[in-house]
Design a binder for this molecule. Structure first.
Ligand code: CU
Length: 154
């Protein structure tokens, strides 16, 4: 009977690695690229697209491109709280010129500029706090002019 107990313990221990399978380093996956334009070439105040969807546990490269003649912010406090940021790459003429690490709250992109925010969403929700808070000289903010969006994390 002592041997039967030892065999049982062995079988339980041998099956543990399958039960406790780990996903590994989530920040080292091949990234899913999502491109968002901040404003349009002819100066329209909007995000294109203005609805974004992400999934928890996947690595994203959020490419923020500003084709417009204005500077713009990509600001969503809820998104910033719901992701783990691996880095932000600042791009110039197709090359990385800076890599920023740490928590990111918002990103400003200048006319003709381009930055890449690499992150892994860690919690779910739908929220409509994506906006650009730049103010035009007259006092109207880009948000008031339509620069808003909705983000869903599943
Ligand atoms: Cu703007």
């Amino acid at each position: 009977m002592r041997n039967a107990g030892a065999v049982l313990i062995f079988l339980v221990l041998a099956s543990l690695p399958m039960i406790t399978h780990a996903a590994g380093d989530l920040t080292r996956q091949v990234p899913i690229e999502v491109v968002v334009e901040l404003g349009t070439r002819d100066g329209e105040m909007r995000f294109v697209p203005d609805r974004l969807e992400f999934e928890t546990g996947k690595l994203y490269k959020l490419v923020l491109v500003n084709p417009s003649p204005h500077k713009h912010y990509f600001t969503s406090p809820t998104l910033a709280a719901k992701v783990f940021t691996r880095k932000v790459d600042v791009m110039y003429a197709g090359n990385r010129v800076a890599e920023i690490k740490g928590n990111i709250a918002e990103i400003e992109v200048f006319p003709g500029g381009h930055s890449e925010w690499w992150f892994v969403p860690v919690s779910t929700g739908t929220f409509s706090d994506l906006h650009c808070h730049v103010k035009e000289p007259g006092g109207a903010s880009h948000k008031d002019m339509g620069m808003v969006g909705t983000i869903t994390i599943r």
